[in-house]
Design a protein around this ligand. Sequence first.
Ligand SMILES: Cc1ncc(COP(=O)(O)O)c(CN[C@@H]2CONC2=O)c1O
Length: 504
Amino acid sequence: LLSAVRSLHASAATMAPRKRKVFTYENLNPHVKQAEYAVRGELAIRAEALRKTLDSDQASTLSFDKIVNCNIGNPQQLGQQPITFLRQVSSLLEYPALLDDRNREATLKLFPADAIDRAKDMSKAIGSLGAYSHSMGIPAIRNSVAKFMEERDGFPANPDHIFLTAGASPGVQTILQALIAHDQVGVLVPIPQYPLYTAAISLCNGRAVPYYLDEEGAWTMRADEVRRAIAEARNGGTDVRALCVINPGNPTGNVLSKTDMEAIIKLCHKEGLLLMADEVYQTNVYYPKEQPWYSFKHVLCSMGGDVAKEVELVSFHSISKGMIGECGRRGGYFEVVNVDPRTIEELYKIASISLCPNVQGQVAVDIMVNPPQPGSESYDLYNTEMTHLYESLKRRAEKVAAALNQLEGVQCNRADGAMYLFPKITLPQRAIEAAEEAGKEADAFYTLALLDATGVCTVPGSGFLQRPGTFHFRSTFLPPEDELDGFIARLSKFHKEFFDKYRG
Ligand SMILES: Cc1ncc(COP(=O)(O)O)c(CN[C@@H]2CONC2=O)c1O
C-alpha cells in the first residue's frame, strides 16, 4: 500500500504543471546575453520607434519627416536600384513557364535573350528553385566562384573548398563555431571592428583579443601591434588561434597595402594562426591606383615557399556589398585554403545541419562572380549600372567626408573602401559630463541627440570599440545624391547647435 501511495504521489508530481517559467531572461545562455551588435542596437531600435511615431498622428511632434538609416550598409533601403540582369535572371527562375520554349516569343518581349539563356542554363544546374541544394551550395555555382577566384588571383581554387552561404555572416559564424574548441580560445579582432566578430565569438564562448588599428596611419594594421596583442593574451592564458582582418575595413574604410598583408601572413605563419580574411567590400575600392586591393589568397600564394603551403586561410565574400547590394537576398561564400581535410568534412557537417544556403542567394553569387561579358546583349546595361553606382558611391564618400571635416571637433579619414565614414569627434567636456550623467558613452549620447533632432540614424564608435578616451561615430554615405545636401545640412546644423549647447 505504501509503495502504491508513493508511485501515485510521484506520478502526480510529474503531472502537476510547472509553477515557474523556464525560458526567462535570467535562465538564458549568458553568452547570448553578453553578445552585442551595435549596428542594429540602441539607435536602430530608437529609430524604429521614431519611424512608428512618424506613421502616427504624433508625427508633427518630431522635427523631421523621415528616418535616414545611415547605421547600416543596406544600399537598397536608401533607394539604390538593383542590377537589372541579376533581377531578370532571378525572375525568370522564379516562374518556370517563362523558360518554356513554347512561351519564348512572349518572354522575349520582357527579357533579353541572354538573360533567358542564362536562366535556362542555371535551371539545369539548380533543378527546382524550391528544392534543397547541396549543403555546400550548388556545385556549378561553386565552380563559377572557383573560376572567378582563379581569374582574380592567378592561382588555382578548388570548388570543394568553397562553401556558399546565406551571406558572409553565417560563414563567419560557422568558422568561429568550429574553431572555438574551449573557453580559452582567443580570436584577434581589429579595433574598431565590425561587431559580428565580437558577437559571434561571444556566442561561441570564445575570447575576443583586440588589436588596435592605427587611426593616425589611415587606420592601417601594424604587425607589431598584433604581436603585442598576441603576447598579452597568451601571457594571460588565452589560446590565441585566429586573426580576423577586414579588408577593406568596416567601419574604418582602410585598404591594406600588399606589404602589410605579407607581414600579416608571415605573422600568422610564425604564430600558428588561422587567417580569417573578410573581403566583402572587395569591389568598394575607390582609389585603385593609389590604394590597390589584393585578396589574401593572391598575396599568400604569391609569397610561395612554406608560407604559401602552410598558412591556413579562410576568405569571405558576399552579395550584400559592392555595387550588387543585395543584402536581403542573403548570398555569399567562403573559401578554405591549407585547411585539414577532416576540418572541411566537419564544416560540411555544420553546413548540412542547416541543410543548404538559400538558392536565390546562390543564384546572385553566380551572377556576381560571372556577370554579363563584353559583347553580350546585356553587357552594356550591366556595365553602365555598375559604373554609375561605383562612381556615385565614390562621389558621396568624398562629399560627406569633406562636410564632416568642416565640423568643429571632427576629424574624418577618407574612405579608401567599403561604405562607411568613421569620424573622430572631440566633444565639449560638458557634453561628456552630460553623457556620464545620462549613463551613456559620450558618442552614444551625441548620436542619440543627432537621431532625435534630425532622424539621421548612425552608430556610435563605442559600438565598434575604439581606443579608450576617443569618440567616433559611423555613418554610411548611402543617402541618394539628390538628398545628400539636405542630409549634410541637417547634420551640420545639429552639430553646431549641439556644440553651442555644451560649449564650456
Ligand atoms: C565586414 C563585414 N563582414 C560581413 C558582413 C555581413 O554581411 P552579409 O550580409 O553577407 O551577412 C558585413 C555586413 N555589414 C553590416 C551590415 O550593414 N552594415 C554593416 O556594418 C560586414 O560589414
